[in-house]
Design a protein around this ligand. Structure first.
Ligand SMILES: *Cc1c(COP(=O)(O)O)cnc(C)c1O
Length: 388
């Protein structure tokens, strides 16, 4: 990075057009024109770097990719229609039939479904390691293992994985380390520094930050991204130029938004920790978090998500949700609006109780994606909802 994070987020821009606009305009075009037959031939032969068709590249998506690459310290990237298309296309581009993935136990719900029900169609299998058993990963490596896949902080239990330890295991065994960095964003954590080969984001969350558009991105090692690009340009999961334009503008304010999200989340976590109806609060920058030191080593601040357990199990969790007045009951996270969810009865209801407990989801676990409302109003709503 030439300048500081905030400056790159604002000053990385697509080249100005002849109109000398200050803010990058929307390039709603599906294709581009060529000077002559030779220009067209050379472009299709990959002898020129230029836009051909917006499934391959577009000025708005390129700007978005350039920004995330600078923020993550990555060589190159490709932008997708959603976080899940980023996860699927990245894995599909890199894996062959019969390959094996090692994944942390707690990954995003749809990613888990992909590992369990979709990738096995191509005989791709997945084994899981627990967050506190990083040392045991080496025992799980098989001759056909190709990828180590992890999220940190995890969803919804907000556990932290040791990225540096994962990086050195991946390097030692020549495996590709992929980190879903959605919860932290590149402002709080840059996994490539710790040895990740590829970083995936659901841009739908904190990168958009205002609950408007879906988007996803994979950035990292240029050779691997080339494979992801060639797979994707022919299979069609590309991000729309409009969404890329929205997301690129959002990145201009990522740092200031995240500072406030993290301040608010810490205040909410401290409040919950002092409440007598709350059993346990998980927030990476609370001293009581089991991996607080590790969180401080690899993250700049604790993020926007707080998990806590309401005393009284699954019924108390539901009752708490029913008493919420201001905050939203919604499936999203990383919005300006604070969102409260009860994983055991919703997003993770299809798992068996044993599977749920393995991912740290108890009956009373509530996940709060702390937004940008005034912290006193957020806390007052939680306070009245806990008074059931
Ligand atoms: C939301 C999310 C995804 C999926 O992203 P979409 O944009 O909803 O497809 C993947 N990983 C994590 C950690 C997420 O929170």
């Amino acid at each position: 990075m030439k300048h500081h994070f905030e400056t790159e987020a604002i000053r990385t821009q697509t080249e100005r057009s002849q109109y000398l606009e200050h803010s990058t305009p929307l390039y709603l075009t599906s294709s581009y024109v060529f000077e002559d037959a030779e220009d067209m031939r050379a472009s299709f032969a990959d002898q020129k770097v230029r836009n051909i068709y917006s499934r391959y590249s577009n000025p708005n998506t390129s700007e978005f990719i350039d920004k995330i690459c600078k923020m993550e310290g990555a060589e190159n990237g490709y932008a997708f229609a959603s976080g899940m298309s980023a996860v699927f296309s990245t894995l599909a581009a890199l894996l062959n039939a019969g390959d094996h993935i090692l994944s942390c136990r707690s990954v995003f719900g749809s990613t888990q479904t992909m590992f369990k029900n979709i990738l096995p169609k191509w005989n791709i299998s997945t084994s899981y390691f627990k967050i506190d058993e990083i040392e045991s990963i080496e025992r799980l490596i098989q001759p056909n293992t190709k990828i180590i896949y992890a999220e940190s902080p995890t969803n919804p239990a907000v556990d932290i994985l040791d990225l540096e330890a994962l990086g050195s295991i991946a390097k030692k065994h020549n495996l590709i380390l992929i980190i879903d960095n959605c919860f932290a964003t590149p402002y709080l954590q840059q996994p490539i520094q710790f040895g990740a080969d590829l970083v995936i984001h659901s841009a739908t969350k904190l990168i958009d930050g205002q609950g408007r558009v879906l988007g996803g991105i994979t950035v990292g090692n240029a050779k691997l991204i080339k494979q992801v690009y060639l797979f994707s340009r022919n299979t069609g999961p590309a991000l729309s130029p409009f969404n890329a334009w929205v997301l690129s503008k959002s990145l201009e304010t990522l740092a200031v938004r995240l500072d406030r999200h993290c301040d608010n989340a810490l205040k909410v976590a401290v409040f919950l920790e002092s409440h007598n109806k709350v059993n346990l609060v998980k927030y990476p920058f609370l001293k009581s978090h089991p991996q607080h030191q590790l969180a401080k080593k690899q993250m700049k601040a604790g993020g926007s998500v707080v998990a806590f357990e309401v005393k009284g199990g699954i019924d108390a969790g539901r009752q708490f949700l029913n008493s919420i007045k201001l905050l939203s009951l919604s499936a999203n996270l990383g919005d300006t609006r604070t969102i409260v969810t009860h994983p055991a009865s919703t997003t993770h209801a299809k798992l068996t109780e044993e599977e749920r407990l393995q991912t740290g989801i108890t009956g009373g676990l509530v996940r709060i994606s702390v937004g940008l409302e005034h912290p006193e109003d957020i806390i007052n709503d939680l306070k009245q909802a806990l008074a059931f």
